[in-house]
Design a protein around this ligand. Structure first.
Ligand code: 3HC
Length: 703
């Protein structure tokens, strides 16, 4: 038998081990080997039952994602066909689930009559994260096993559940005593089944999956949840598949599921989400830094600055059991910060996400101090003080004085030159940028900013520690705004300018949220604080001085003390979190437009889309050309995870590729012509974009 499968017959049992590293992805070759092995066992009269297991422990992470979008995806034996055949074998099949069974991996287990899992096993139907629905029987077999409502929740959430929850739901029949015992206990289970003459498959637990639900359950579910799905296709297809499970016999339901699956697999949204899946894995690979580089030990952290950002950063480390010293020079700020952390945790208790004991444990890991001398044993220090070079330099000088050699000195700056900051200290090789996003305890993105002198082991350690606290680290070169904020600048600039020209903040925001962005640019600026973006512009004054219209509306709001949501007024008016339009903004825009000789007119939504998005994409392409961003896909990750760009559009670079690079270039050139002096100033196509279009390339890459 080929080595994709370990096959042996022992004591009346056929043991079939899946052996395709690293995750037993069920590609065509593994499917073929699996079905051969199962047919062989089915035909062997000495075999009474069959056990499927992961030869290296892990059961299976499902279909091979690399096959999607290619012919191999449905090449025979197809996954649905393989699992249907397995479900017809007249001997009991026992799936022994080690470590993980996801997507098609869990569907494989569902096609077996019986399932046992190791205590630490996790399982789920995670297809939705790839813009898919389970397409190998999952939408039909799971509802018949655990009922339509539980199945729907599991499929739509893509959640991974643990063995105990799987047993409670009825997915697992048994949990083995330990991972080491899994195979032995699966054997014992199989023998019991043979001994009692158990059928190849037990009777369906839920032959009518919706029997306890009101007739209009699915229709009401759709109405209730659709607003959250925005324009996502996959959740809607899941619902249709579940409908089929409730109304049709199994065979017809499977046919319907396959049709829906093919629709999802061929969709742009799924292609985009698959791009994101691989982009996340690619982002971990950094040229010139070998995977084997020795990491620095990080056992204790210090965070300087007990403001919102510093506290959020500190929580990330306490959450995973790493002690953190939170330092501030001001006692009141420090106390308020510690209090804020406790309140945040208490909120999690209220939501049932943490227990009071866990909060206590986390608070005990947080140590507040006013004294640099207390940071002498920290392995990594992250400064999160205000965005002013002199203040940050002062902090770095103090750190140099008090911290031990080899400590990693990280700055959270998003706009300042980190090379200049590193030059303040005598150990620039230990300096790096760690740019967290607010709220730092929630947002997944961390930009890791590598400076001229940053040592490779410091970069590798920073990537590693970010992963340890559950973040998605993306490498960036040093430059004002790194990747995300540098692209934010033209995006926000165009939004401001469009309001001067006649759009309203709500119109601009509606175009962007209409594209499924989490927030429009003005709501985002209000949330982040008009004062914060003012400070970022301050750091960049020289570069924008030639344009009088450049965010003059925001400058005016800053002067008026309208700092956004926190002060109750910004581009919108706020009562708590609820937002209304403010007519004064229009009056202000009219007045500023008059002063600057900007003609006001009716602005089409398409113009808003093109000007905000294409200037931002253009800047991203420039970042790639300059080497600040390593890959176009890294830029996508930054915008998806830091700025709420919809993952099902694949990020701005992927989105541009889908629209066509020539379209992006032509629209930029169009606005360059029609916008007169302003167009000449700001609508300059990136040289790389021009080169890519001239070379007929469809993908954004450095050429
Ligand atoms: N297909 C192909 N490759 C896969 C894969 C899959 N299903 N799952 C993981 N891999 C690859 C990764 O790309 C990575 O490759 P690389 O080393 O070349 O970058 C390698 O396996 C290891 O994966 P990770 O780096 O992600 O390792 P982790 O330990 O961090 O995570 C995991 C492991 C939890 C399995 C994670 O990889 C994961 O979530 N995988 C996707 C699971 C999934 O969504 N399955 C459903 C597929 S769709 C399906 O089954 C359709 C069916 O219904 C018809």
């Amino acid at each position: 038998m080929c080595d994709l499968i370990h096959y042996r017959v022992e004591d009346g049992l056929a043991l079939i081990g899946l052996n395709r590293a690293p995750v037993n992805a069920l590609d065509q070759s593994l499917r073929a080997a699996l079905i051969n092995a199962c047919e062989r066992a089915a035909a062997d009269i000495t075999v009474g039952a069959i056990i499927l297991y992961g030869a290296q422990g892990l059961f299976s992470a499902g279909a091979d994602i690399k096959e999607f979008g290619t012919e191999a995806c449905f090449a025979e034996p197809s996954l649905p066909g393989t699992l249907t055949r397995l479900s017809e074998i007249h001997k009991p099949l026992v799936a022994a689930l080690g470590t993980l069974a996801l997507g098609g991996g869990l569907e494989l287990a569902l096609a077996c009559g019986y399932r046992i899992g190791e205590p630490g096993a996790r399982m789920g139907l995670s297809e939705i994260n790839l813009g898919l629905l389970p397409g190998a029987g999952g939408t039909q077999r799971l509802p018949r096993l655990i009922g339509a409502e539980s199945a729907l929740n599991l499929i739509l959430s893509g959640e991974q559940i643990d063995a105990e929850r799987a047993r409670m739901l009825g997915i697992l029949d048994r949990i083995a005593t330990s991972a080491e015992q899994l195979l032995d206990e699966a054997r014992a289970y199989a023998h019991e089944l043979i001994d009692c003459g158990a059928p190849a498959r037990p009777a369906e637990a839920w032959p009518n999956p919706a029997e306890d639900l009101p007739d209009d359950f699915l229709a009401r579910y759709r109405v209730e949840h659709e607003p959250r799905w925005k324009s996502r296709l996959a959740p809607r297809l899941v619902l249709s598949a579940l409908e089929a499970a409730c109304l049709l016999p199994m065979e017809e339901g499977l046919v319907r599921e396959l049709t829906l699956f093919k629709q999802a697999e061929a969709s742009r949204q799924s292609r985009a989400l698959r791009h994101v899946f691989f982009a996340e894995r690619e982002a971990r690979r950094i040229p010139q830094i070998e995977a084997a580089v020795a990491l620095r030990k990080i056992n204790k952290i210090a965070v300087i600055g007990a403001g919102t950002l510093g506290c959020g950063i500190a929580m990330n480390f306490a959450d995973v059991g790493i002690p953190v010293a939170l330092m501030d020079l001001d006692g009141r700020t420090l106390n308020r910060g510690l209090e804020r952390v406790r309140e945040n945790y208490q909120l999690s208790v209220k939501r049932g996400k943490l227990s009071a004991v866990q909060v206590q444990q986390r608070m005990e890991l947080l140590f507040g101090t006013l004294d640099y001398a207390d940071l002498s044993d920290a392995d990594l220090v992250i400064e999160a003080v205000c965005e002013k070079m002199e203040i940050k330099q002062q902090v770095f000088l103090s750190l140099e004085k008090f911290c031990k050699p080899g400590v990693i000195l990280a700055t959270n700056t998003s706009s300042l030159d980190i090379d200049a900051l590193a030059a303040t200290v005598s150990r620039p090789q230990d300096v790096i940028g760690l740019h967290f996003f607010t709220p730092a305890n929630v947002m997944r993105l961390v930009e890791i900013v590598r400076c001229q002198a940053t040592a490779p082991d410091v970069v590798a350690t920073a990537m590693d520690i970010a992963g340890r606290i559950g973040k998605l680290p993306v490498i960036s070169g040093n430059g004002a705004g790194s990747i995300g904020n540098r692209m934010l600048e033209p995006y926000a600039r165009e939004a401001h300018r469009l309001v001067l020209e006649g759009a309203t903040p709500a119109q601009v925001d509606a175009v962007l949220t209409g594209l499924d962005l989490n927030m429009g640019v003005f709501s985002m600026l209000d949330l982040a604080g008009i004062d914060v973006s003012f400070l970022m512009r301050e750091a960049n004054r020289a570069a924008i001085a030639h344009d009088q219209s450049y965010c003059c509306l925001a400058e005016e709001l800053y002067a008026l003390g309208r700092y956004g949501q926190k002060s109750g007024r910004g581009f919108y008016l706020y009562e708590g979190r609820s937002r209304t339009e403010d007519k004064e903004i229009v009056t202000l825009a009219e007045q500023l437009a008059r002063e600057l000789n900007v003609t006001r007119r009716c602005i089409e939504d398409l113009e808003i889309h093109d000007r905000c998005l294409f200037t931002m994409i253009n800047e991203g392409i420039r970042l790639l050309d300059e080497g600040i961003a390593l890959r176009a896909s890294d830029i996508d990750l930054v915008w998806i995870n830091g700025y709420g760009f919809p993952a099902h559009l694949g990020g701005p670079m992927h989105y541009a590729e889908q629209l066509g690079l020539d379209t992006v270039l032509n629209r930029i050139l169009h606005y360059r012509h029609v916008q007169g002096e302003y167009g000449e100033m700001w609508f300059r196509p990136a040289a790389l974009l021009e080169r890519l279009v001239a070379a007929g390339k469809c993908r954004i890459e450095k050429i």
